[in-house]
Design a protein around this ligand. Structure first.
Ligand code: IPE
Ligand code: IPE
Ligand code: MG
Length: 245
């Protein structure tokens, strides 16, 4: 690890992992500390995603997967949920132009059928654009839950088995192809800003061997320098995958 270096404007930095996952947490507290409504934090947070995604693409990350709305987040006050959905719609709408311009792939992971109609249409559009490009891919987890994903995968496999489209015995790779993340390699690094040290139902299957990086910095304050710090820390880890070195 740490042997590969890339040049980013002068100083040598360690090469980033192929796939970084981030739990976008701390928007509400960021706003509260400023005497603003929680929704103001979501607006700044979604803007920050744009910045960090661009940075990831520029330094050579291949996949960035972010947790934007969980299957549990529906428990929040109706007003907050509505604002988050509106911001997500605005974000996806604007992202369509960026995708066309920069040839970026964007995939929504989660139970899309449970999203409002307008968002479902935007997701169909981003899927269609993504199919035309190769290269950096941003995955946005919306109405996503790790357990929900695994249960749905099991049901899809059961249906294929019933229809004679799948063999009776399958392995981890075959099961993985029924997940929302089919075809996407597991994240090497999972970052959670916002001070909580838990997974909150994110990528339960995919993070089996990811390195976890927690920071108290709230998501709207999370800068490209913070990301660099996480990457440096990642290179310090000794990844053994159960073996002896
Ligand atoms: C993350 O920020 C955004 C979503 C979960 C939608 P939070 O809204 O959870 O912010 P905190 O954790 O309350 O500060
Ligand atoms: C996790 O954050 C979900 C997202 C960031 C989308 P939460 O704020 O919902 O997680 P908990 O409630 O602190 O576990
Ligand atoms: Mg939170």
């Amino acid at each position: 690890m740490g042997e590969k270096n890339i040049s980013t404007g002068g100083a040598e930095k360690p090469a980033p992992p192929r796939h970084i996952a981030i739990i976008l947490d701390g928007n509400g507290r960021w706003a509260k500390r400023r005497g603003l409504p929680r929704t103001a934090g979501h607006a700044v947070g979604s803007e920050n995603f744009r910045k960090i995604a661009t940075y990831c693409r520029n330094i050579g990350v291949e996949y960035l997967t972010v947790y934007a709305f969980s299957t549990e987040n529906w428990k929040r006050p109706e007003d907050e949920v509505k604002t988050i959905m509106r911001l997500l719609g605005k974000y996806l709408h604007e992202a369509i132009d960026t995708m066309e311009r920069d040839h970026i792939k964007m995939k929504v992971l989660g139970n899309v059928a449970g999203l409002p109609q307008e968002l479902r249409e935007l997701v169909a559009k981003t899927d269609e654009i993504s199919s035309r490009y190769e290269g950096f891919q941003a995955n946005i987890c919306l109405n996503y839950g790790g357990r929900d994903e695994i249960v749905r995968a099991a049901m899809r496999y059961a249906a294929d088995l019933r229809d004679g489209k799948a063999p009776e015995e399958i392995g981890e790779a075959e099961f993985g192809s029924y997940l929302y993340s089919a075809g996407i390699p597991d994240p090497e690094l999972l970052i959670r800003p916002g001070g909580e040290e838990r997974i909150s139902n994110f990528l339960l299957w995919q993070c089996a061997y990811s390195e976890f990086y927690f920071t108290d910095v709230l998501w709207p304050d999370f800068t490209t320098e913070e990301l660099d710090k996480a990457i440096v820390e990642y290179h310090r880890r000794d990844r053994r995958f159960g073996a002896v070195k």
